[in-house]
Design a protein around this ligand. Structure first.
Ligand code: NAD
Length: 270
């Protein structure tokens, strides 16, 4: 169902890899709510070709951008302004990549070169996008930026590895830049902390099946799906949430504030 919440708005969506991606589902919901979208992803993701399907469904152009490259981000921002004939109203940062996880390195033995790359792609990239957008006045007044995060930024989930540190940094950048962009142009910046979700990035976490079932049992409402995450992000891009900024917003069925559930106690008693 559409409520026309984003009628007339224009936005950039990072990170749609395939149909399971949170960014993919968000792009479709934003389109249904009346927004015009520009899609972007790393050139390597582009080669897999799936994003072209999404572009055709929502009639969106695609501009490749490796978020760890200043030149790519600048090119994206300049081209987005040209395409829309001005600034955008929203940006979704839905990007995560850990080289140490990919290479199977334990947290206590990480490679620092990989680690620097992980932090750059998964966290500092938000700063790079915002700084470039600010310099080129590419986000309209009362614009909204959302980045996706995970509760491992606040609590230990051992196999989340260095991504926990990346998410802490991402949430901090969102708060700090939220202050500066808020003062300058009423642009609001938030992170959404999503339940574990079966996507390409999510499934890369060791023991993901156990992880997702545990979260399901520990959440009064159960795990939030990617579709529900997309709905929530739409509200944050809409004018209905104009004064929400610099927040880390849990979208996790209550997991973050649950100490234990009857289901888990029963399981432990066995
Ligand atoms: N899946 C989960 O369980 C879960 C839970 C909480 C938060 N998140 C977060 O949601 C976001 C989206 O992930 P997803 O689960 O939809 O998985 P996904 O694999 O579909 O998306 C990750 C995206 O990051 C992109 N990316 C990687 N390196 C890049 C680079 N250098 N430049 C530009 N893009 C790059 C990938 O191409 C991909 O599109 C991530 O920030 C992830 O950490 C996921």
């Amino acid at each position: 169902m559409s409520y026309n919440l984003l009628k007339g708005k224009k936005g950039i969506i990072f990170g749609a890899l395939d149909e399971k991606s949170i960014a993919w589902k968000t792009a479709i919901r934003c389109h249904e709510e009346g927004a015009e979208i520009l899609l972007t992803n790393a050139p390597v993701a582009m080669r897999m070709g799936e994003i072209n399907k999404l572009a055709a469904i929502i009639n969106a152009p695609i501009i490749p951008c490796d978020v760890s490259s200043n030149d790519d981000v600048l090119n994206l921002i300049v081209k987005a302004k040209e395409h829309f004939g001005g600034g955008v109203d929203f940006i979704l940062h839905s990007i995560g990549m850990s080289l140490n996880v990919r290479k199977g390195k334990h947290y206590t033995e990480i490679d620092y070169g990989f680690n620097a790359k992980t932090l750059d792609i998964s966290a500092t990239s938000l700063h790079r996008v915002l700084a470039t957008a600010m310099k080129h006045d590419a986000i309209n007044q009362w614009g909204s930026v959302v980045a996706l995060t995970y509760i491992a930024a606040q609590r230990v989930f051992p196999d989340y590895n260095e991504m926990a540190d990346a998410k802490s940094l991402l949430e901090s950048i969102s708060r700090s830049f939220g202050y500066h962009y808020g003062v300058k142009k009423q642009v609001r910046i938030n992170t959404v902390s999503q339940s574990p979700t079966r996507t390409t990035a999510g499934s890369g976490v060791k023991g993901f099946d156990g992880f997702i079932s545990y979260a399901e049992k520990m959440s009064p409402l159960g795990n939030a799906s990617a579709d529900d995450c997309a709905n929530y992000v739409v509200t944050l891009f809409s004018n209905m949430t104009k004064f929400v900024t610099m927040q880390n917003l849990f979208h996790d069925g209550g997991f973050s504030f649950t100490g234990v559930t009857a289901d888990v106690i029963e399981q432990m008693g066995k």
